[in-house]
Design a protein around this ligand. Structure first.
Ligand SMILES: *[C@@H]1O[C@H](CO)[C@@H](O)[C@H](O)[C@H]1NC(C)=O
Ligand SMILES: *[C@@H]1O[C@H](CO)[C@@H](O)[C@H](O)[C@H]1NC(C)=O
Length: 281
């Protein structure tokens, strides 16, 4: 009797795990072109927004000298969208943020109970918080029917995730697109952001965590240091296409992370054929 119930429990736990994790191949052209657009803006942020779509106007730059966090608030009137983008690592000062894995309590957002985020990126976020919130607030009140979108690559991806988590406590319908995002916070943060962005289902998610091939940055900081991923992973493999983009849901490291990449590698710099700051698109 004991043996039967133990076996039964094992079968149930395997079934539960399978239903939590799934990988499917191919995304719609609509979602794919959206990922390309956001990747373009994120990669252009390394080079003063070179060649971003012409429908987009620059509202204002975001900058803090101490942390060297760079970003912009943009507006796309054709899409009715206010976009906040953050640049990835561009200096030694940024590298110091990248390598500070000490988890910091997410104090700026008390609605996120028990949440901690990457300590270096938290310092980065706090250094630009007032600028971001005041710019977004001004735009959102001037254009109340516009969507709010946040995006970025690498360090910019994690700052985008923290920003989006914060804005989601105030605004409805925030969208988040990240590229080559490191793990940004603890499990409580991951659960909070999954709830805020409806990320348990790829059909409802407003958080698109895009990864590429064996990009090693999504494997950092290690889970052993208390970090977890969130969002729905959109894993792009080469040759990149809508069909070669996989949707990966679930709690286990799979898709990009399972490729075993560690740290900065070739796959980290290039998304959909666009390299950070190269402006060749
Ligand atoms: C690392 O991050 C923590 C949390 O944000 C902060 O208290 C600490 O000062 C940072 N360390 C360095 C060396 O900047
Ligand atoms: C998502 O939508 C697609 C197409 O409508 C459907 O085939 C799929 O079953 C849906 N997935 C989930 C998890 O509901």
């Amino acid at each position: 009797m004991k043996i039967i119930s133990a076996t039964h429990a094992l079968v149930l736990s395997l079934a539960a795990r399978q239903s939590l994790s799934a990988v499917t191949r191919g995304i719609s052209d609509t979602v794919y072109s959206r990922l390309i657009e956001m990747a373009t803006i994120s990669q252009a942020a390394y080079a003063n927004l070179c060649k971003i779509p012409t429908t987009i106007t620059t509202v204002q730059k975001i900058y803090n000298a101490q942390t060297d966090i760079n970003g912009w608030v943009l507006r796309d009137d054709s899409r009715k969208e206010i976009i906040t983008v953050f640049r990835g690592t561009g200096s030694d000062v940024n590298l110091q943020l990248d390598t500070n894995y000490t988890l910091a309590s997410f104090q700026t957002n008390p609605k996120c109970a028990g949440c901690s985020v990457h300590g270096g990126y938290y310092l980065g976020w706090v250094s630009v918080k007032d600028q971001v919130e005041s710019l977004v607030q001004t735009q959102a009140s001037k254009y109340p029917d516009y969507a709010l979108t946040v995006t970025g690559h690498s360090l910019g991806a994690s700052i985008a995730a923290i920003t989006a988590a914060q804005l989601s406590a105030t605004y409805n319908g925030v969208k988040l697109y990240t590229f080559g995002e490191p793990r940004t916070g603890n499990q409580a943060f991951a659960s909070y952001i999954n709830k805020q962005f409806q990320s348990t289902d790829p059909n409802t998610t407003q958080y698109f965590r895009v990864t590429h091939a064996n990009d090693g940055i999504p494997n950092l900081p290690p889970t052993a240091q208390g970090y977890a991923h969130s969002g729905v992973e959109f894993w792009s493999v080469d040759p990149y296409s809508a069909y070669n983009t996989y949707i990966c849901t679930g709690t286990q490291d799979q898709c990009c992370e399972a490729q075993g990449g560690q740290g900065v590698n070739a796959a980290h710099f290039t998304y959909f054929g666009m390299s950070s700051g190269a402006c060749t698109w």
